[in-house]
Write a new protein. Structure first.
Length: 144
């Protein structure tokens, strides 16, 4: 698996889609997922082949629809920044009008509240209906 060290440190690998690894950020305040295309040396969407760009859009839209439904979201924030982690990765964050950062962005707003192992498994289980999703037997987190 191709993952920047910061993503390895901050996230659980919960599954795989045809193009992307699917990560869960270790912050239980927000269901926060990250798609990471498994292509070496890619920092921007336009650097992907046209076929991979289309596949990334499919996976992003499918993930957004699944988490909107499964987590009863008020809003889904989708973003690819890459200022701190250059490897192309796309954040998909479930937002609620009642969350502690609403309506502001979540980045750096509050210290992370780590998940426990049972909660990670529960979150991953909610995505089993996602098309082409292959769930990891046990979520992988380098600090555990």
């Amino acid at each position: 698996m191709i993952l920047h060290p910061q993503l390895e440190k901050d996230c659980f690998v919960i599954g795989r889609l045809p193009l992307c690894a699917l990560l869960l950020l270790n912050d239980s305040q927000y269901p926060w997922f990250i798609l990471v295309p498994q292509r070496e040396g890619i920092t921007e969407i336009h650097q992907l082949t046209e076929v991979d760009q289309q596949q990334l859009m499919r996976e992003s839209c499918q993930l957004a629809a699944a988490i909107e439904s499964e987590f009863n979201a008020d809003k889904i924030n989708v973003a690819a920044l890459g200022n701190m982690v250059p490897q192309l990765h796309i954040h998909h964050i479930v937002r609620y009008k009642t969350d502690s950062a609403w309506p502001a962005p979540v980045w750096g707003k509050f210290p992370a509240v780590p998940y426990d192992a049972d909660a990670v498994a529960e979150v991953a289980a909610k995505l089993e209906g996602l098309q082409s999703f292959v769930r990891m037997e046990a979520p992988v987190f380098s600090n555990h």
